[in-house]
Design a protein around this ligand. Structure first.
Ligand code: HT7
Ligand code: ZN
Length: 852
């Protein structure tokens, strides 16, 4: 397999003016006719077109059918020799045949429950027709569709809509990865939006009949996103119509095709009975994310796929801020950092570590990662810290003005910040080019009213990058008095050296530092023993909500790590939780986050970093013991809160009731450890919404005394929801996460026999397999049978859907953390996969990288 290199970029030697596509749809033999007007930019250049799995019926240039000697064809494309091409603009015409019904990879044109749909990012358009399938080739598209329906959709504005035939014209030049087509028996939930300049835009959410009652929330979220992008970024929508389609078979969350977003139905459909508060928040965030791509991704796109974080990092940053504005900002920030640490920090520590802008890849689908997305977003946040609020807006204004209609690079992006702010960002650029999470070690001293903070930064080597020069890190710092009063306003310290000191003068007494407020940079903090902060003090007093929460999390982690090695519950942690439970001023959603115990994966990592090999069973037990101890110590306060947080009246997914529910469920989770699941069972019976019903179900399974409570609740849930695919995904997933570790594998083995386990559907496959691998001690069973089971299923899925198989293989990325026996068991499975004949490029690259 070929390795693609950033350094080998070459511009495409032809301009594409107009692309006319004509689709005659048929499940087994769809005919695609393409007429592309091209203008040579260089003399005597051959025309290289990508194409995979296409049956070529005809190829002509300016109406002249090409002789077989005038072009060469391979598995990956077609090259028209320079001698066969005119020196002036010409018309290329091709006719190909494809079979959407047998496309199980869900890339290109495929079918889902009788409906035609497309997924072209990153390199799926080449499975539809011969084309320069690269993001820097932008063209206007005119699309005609017939042969199916009644609904026939493509990008842009409708030109002709008649029975059995539709024409769409997209006036905005775009790369092929933003092409989309949908055809089938769909119904719309519709609305409209008037843009800031007064233009009316028709909005439609297209779904299968019966699902239209679950689209209301998504439509309102879309309108809120459109308004926010106008108000905060000055960006207006640019077509007469905006369509969203919900599809059941989809490899990822959603796709931002121009004017025709395609969504995994999981991230569109919502009703109180079927969607949780978390689902509602995610739906709003994903609708916003895809909509925001209209400017950051579509109007300004990427020059090549190495620049993926240019559009993804910025768009994630924008959607995170949108959700923070719609909901509780500090709570959203904590949730985002939790996800970053769980996924991206994990990636950065292991064999899959890569820079946000990689410089080589074999399969680009393997680079839609937490590093590209979430770390990419953190980098944008750091830039904002460096140039300030107004500087950020000025930079973004310049970005849109200078680069509208272009395919850009990270260099272009940083240049607008340099030009608008006058700052030198050459060192800052390392955030894009270097992998790994920097570790800051902190020491401090106080003398004669002067307080000094000393930082040292280090980044350990990552695959292919041994040398890690210092980065430019914005560190937001506050200083508290011993009474918990802020002594200074939060200050951004800019660290650029490997070691650097910062001095604060004129202080009456030694302050308590609050470092990395709001998580101003994606780094890890280590405190030298003498500088170790009083975490209970910070949890009680820090005015920065992020650092308050983080102090509680550090305290919990220290306690549980000690317990996993035979230690006892730290009384100061228990006392701090007691104080939190009595803090009537705290926001319920915030308190709920403070009550969550560290995840088992996080505990395993902390043990590994402390030089111990993590024992998954001991970790599970320590976490359970801690939860039980907290519940026993604070039973009265927890029960009181549990009752007090009950929400009355009809369900609303709004932040206020959702926050109350999350605190109620956090207290329930602890109480279930001492009541044998009794309260959970009562709530399960009484709940009128999926948030409480699903959480209670999980607790019945994990805390239920004997098998009765959990099994009965599972059977009841299944009987009620077996006809609902999205809810049944939750059923598969929740019971595996909640199972006792020694039961997780047998449960997974029996669930794969369930007639509802449709493993070819990505959502169902993920719900089961991700649920199993999230059961940390169950997946990491000592006998390695968890690994074998998981690898068997990756191998079964790979020939059908390599993208999903490769993505799911990251369950093995942490193998090096564990004891030698587990290491060799995991490596044996990775090797078994790697050596399988006919393995996809996707899974083969992933296993090779993991094996190192
Ligand atoms: N830009 C999209 C990323 C994407 C994707 C989506 C669906 C299926 C396959 C895909 N490959 C890449 C989604 C986004 O970031 O908004
Ligand atoms: Zn995106």
């Amino acid at each position: 397999t070929v390795t693609k290199l950033l350094s080998e970029y070459q511009p495409f030697p032809f301009d594409l003016e107009m692309v006319r596509l004509d689709f005659q749809l048929d499940p087994k033999a769809t005919q695609v006719r393409a007429r592309i007007s091209m203008r040579p930019l260089r003399a005597a250049a051959p025309l290289e077109l990508d194409g995979e799995g296409l049956v070529l019926r005809k190829i002509s240039v300016d109406g002249r059918v090409l002789a077989r000697t005038e072009y060469s064809q391979s598995d990956t494309g077609l090259v028209i020799h320079a001698a066969a091409l005119p020196a002036q603009p010409f018309m290329l015409e091709t006719e190909v045949e494809i079979a959407p019904a047998s496309n199980t990879a869900l890339e290109g044109l495929y079918m889902s429950k009788g409906m035609y749909c497309t997924q072209c990012e990153a390199e799926g358009f080449r499975k539809i027709t011969y084309y320069p399938d690269r993001p820097d080739v932008m063209a206007r598209f005119h699309v005609t569709v017939s042969g199916a329906g009644p609904v026939l959709l493509s990008n842009g504005n409708p030109v002709v809509q008649e029975a059995g035939r539709a024409e769409w014209l997209d006036p905005w030049p775009k790369p092929a990865y933003l092409f989309a087509l949908v055809a089938g028996d769909l119904v719309a939930h519709s609305g409209s939006f008037t843009t800031m300049s007064g233009r009316a835009v028709a909005l439609n959410i297209w779904v299968r009949a019966g699902d239209e009652t679950r689209c209301g929330f998504a439509l309102e979220a879309l309108k809120r996103s459109m308004t926010w992008d106008e108000q905060v970024y000055g960006r207006e929508y640019d077509l007469d119509i905006f369509n969203i389609v919900a599809v059941d078979d989809f490899n990822m969350g959603a796709m931002e095709n121009k004017g025709l977003n395609i969504f995994n139905s999981k991230w569109v459909l919502a009703s109180p009975e079927t969607a949780t508060d978390g689902d509602y928040e995610r739906i709003e965030g994903i609708i916003a994310h895809e909509y925001f791509h209209n400017w950051t991704g579509n109007r300004i796109t990427c020059r090549d796929w190495f620049q993926l974080c240019l559009k993804e990092g910025l768009t994630v940053y924008r959607d995170q801020n949108f959700t923070a504005d719609m909901r509780l900002g500090p709570v959203k920030r904590i949730e985002d950092v939790m996800a970053l640490r769980a996924r991206q920090f994990r990636e950065d520590r292991g064999p899959l570590a890569h820079p946000p802008r990689p410089d080589n890849y074999k399969e680009i689908n393997n680079f839609y990662t937490a590093t590209v997305y979430e770390k990419g977003a953190e980098i944008v946040g750091m830039l904002r810290h460096l140039v300030g609020e107004e500087g950020y807006r000025a930079a973004l204004d310049l970005y849109f003005e200078r680069h509208d209609g272009q395919a850009c690079t990270i260099e272009d992006w940083l240049q607008v910040f340099e030009d608008s702010s006058g700052r030198d960002l050459r060192q800052f650029k390392r955030w894009y080019t270097d992998a790994g999470t920097p570790r800051l070690t902190i020491t401090d001293s106080f003398k004669n009213g002067t307080y000094t903070l000393d930082f040292e930064q280090k980044t350990v080597p990552t695959p292919g990058q041994d040398d890690k020069p210092p980065r430019h890190i914005p560190i937001a710092v506050g200083l508290l008095s011993p009474q918990g009063r802020d002594l200074i306003e939060t200050t951004i310290l800019e660290m650029t050296e490997a070691r650097q000191s910062f001095v604060f003068e004129g202080l009456a007494e030694r302050p308590v530092p609050s470092i990395l407020r709001g998580f101003s940079a994606p780094v890890e903090l280590d405190f030298a023993p003498e500088a170790a902060p009083d975490l209970a003090f910070l949890l009680a007093h820090d005015s920065d909500p992020f650092n308050r929460w983080d102090a509680g999390g550090r305290l919990a982690l220290q306690t549980v790590v000690a317990m996993a090695q035979g230690g006892a519950v730290d009384p100061s942690y228990s006392a701090a939780i007691g104080a939190l439970l009595k803090d009537g001023a705290a926001d319920p959603a915030f308190s709920a986050l403070c009550l969550h115990l560290p995840a088992q994966d996080q505990i395993a990592q902390a043990l590994h970093e402390a030089g111990k090999s993590p024992d998954p069973e001991a970790i599970y037990q320590a976490r359970e013991t801690l939860a039980q101890a907290l519940a026993m110590a604070h039973e009265a306060a927890l029960s009181e809160l549990y009752e007090a947080m009950a929400v009355t009246g009809p369900y609303r997914p709004d932040p206020e009731p959702a926050g109350r529910r999350s605190l109620r469920l956090a207290t329930l989770s602890l109480l279930s450890r001492i009541d044998g699941g009794a309260r959970a069972r009562t709530l399960f019976d009484a709940a009128d919404n999926m948030t409480e019903s699903l959480a209670a179900l999980g607790l019945c399974v994990s805390a239920g005394v004997g098998v009765g409570v959990g099994e009965a609740a599972l059977a009841q849930f299944r009987a009620r929801w077996q006809g609902d695919r999205l809810v049944m995904d939750k059923w598969f997933n929740t019971q595996l996460i909640a199972s006792k570790p020694d039961q997780a594998l047998s449960r997974a083995q029996s669930l794969v026999q369930d007639p509802l386990y449709d493993w070819k559907n990505p959502n169902r496959f993920r719900s089961l397999m991700a649920g199993f691998s999230a059961n940390h001690a169950g997946f990491h069973r000592q006998d390695g049978e968890g690994y074998r089971f998981y690898a068997d299923w990756l191998l079964r899925l790979d020939p059908l859907n390599p993208q999903v198989a490769a993505r799911m293989s990251t369950a093995f990325e942490t193998w090096a953390r564990y004891d030698l026996q587990r290491q060799s068991l995991m490596r044996a499975q990775l090797m078994r996969i790697a050596q399988t004949e006919g393995l996809s490029r996707d899974l083969s690259e992933m296993t090779a990288r993991m094996l190192g």
